[in-house]
Design a protein around this ligand. Structure first.
Ligand code: ADE
Ligand code: ZN
Length: 320
């Protein structure tokens, strides 16, 4: 499955940091975050709330633009090994630059340089989606949106929201999304992971997003499934993440196949691969094993993903 060309639309840069990478940085900085690792050095968490805490503790080891450059390189090497040719990655000024535009620009410059080098050497293209964090609240999201608007262009191509979907409501973040839209950014929001169909409806209605991160719980309301299909809303589905976090018992129980069958534009991504012991190649292998997806299906999904990418048409044409 590694040989098939893959397009990934939903990957959190910090969430893709291998635990050994984070442990190495923590050691360099004399930071004790040993509690986030298990005896084998893997990330250790019990549920989604705990996952978010472990995630934030891991990001505390990422302190400089140089750390982010090294992280970008490490993540792209792993993705390229899985056969990923295009990756759209969530970048969070909350973690790099602290939402201050000047500092954010320095982090961005470091990530972009590392990505450009990886593209020349490994043939993988990266683009960024600036992402606010829902449980940090609307005020911080405004500052994040201003960082996004200031740096919108051919490399920062989108704006999104991640974090705890159980806190607040999409309409609280309308200002941030309007600001990003006016700057020319394309929009996506995490929804329908820890919230049900109403959460997906609210993200589409109140934020005007064209893609939904996860969105899988739309399956609990078939009228909504039809609406998503009709409107052409794209779901960034991360089956391994959903199974690892206990949303579904197995790939076989996952609704991706049914959503696809009902005409929703589904795509496949990893979310936070080392946290969920996955890679893009592994997602494909599991989908093949559990749902009998074949090469034709995977090629169709990769095409659908590239069509839904936020990059410009020239970049898309060069990849596809
Ligand atoms: N941030 C990183 N991974 C996430 C997930 N699965 N849901 C919401 N926010 C996240
Ligand atoms: Zn996510």
């Amino acid at each position: 499955m590694s040989a098939l060309p893959k397009v990934e639309l939903h990957l959190h840069l910090e969430g893709a940091a291998p635990p050994s990478f984070i442990a190495g940085l923590a050691k360099e900085k004399n930071l004790d975050i040993s509690g986030i690792f298990d005896a084998r050095g893997q990330y250790r968490f019990t549920d989604f709330s705990h996952f978010l805490k472990v995630y934030e503790a891991a990001t505390s080891a990422l302190q400089t633009p140089e750390d982010y450059a090294r992280l970008t390189r490490t993540v792209l090497e792993e993705s390229a090994q899985s056969g990923v040719v295009y990756s759209e990655t969530f970048l969070s000024p909350d973690f790099c630059g602290g939402r201050e535009v000047g500092a954010w620009r320095e982090y961005l410059h470091a990530m972009r340089e590392a990505a450009d080098q990886a593209e020349r050497q490994m043939g993988i293209t990266l683009r960024g989606i600036v992402t606010c964090i829902r449980h940090f609240g609307p005020e911080k999201a405004r500052e994040t949106a201003l960082c996004a608007a200031e740096t919108a262009g051919d490399w920062i191509v989108g704006f999104g929201i991640a974090g705890d979907e159980r806190i607040g409501a999409p309409k609280d973040f309308r200002w941030a999304f309007d600001c990003a839209r006016e700057a020319g950014l394309r929009l996506t929001a995490h929804a329908g992971e820890w919230g049900g169909p109403d959460s997906v409806r609210a993200a589409v209605r109140d934020l005007g997003v064209e893609r939904i991160g996860h969105g899988v719980r739309a399956i609990e309301d078939l009228a909504l499934v039809d609406e998503l299909a009709e409107k052409g809303i794209v779901l960034e589905v991360c089956p391994g993440s959903n199974v690892a976090l206990g949303l579904y018992r197995s790939f076989r129980d996952h609704p991706i196949h049914e959503l696809d069958r009902r005409g929703v534009k589904v795509t496949v991504s990893t979310d936070d691969p080392p946290f969920f012991h996955t890679t893009m190649a592994r997602e494909y292998e599991e989908l093949h094993r559990a749902l009998d997806w074949d090469e034709g299906q995977f090629r169709r999904i990769a095409r659908q993903s590239l069509d839904a990418a936020f990059c410009d048409a020239d970049t898309r044409a060069r990849i596809g």
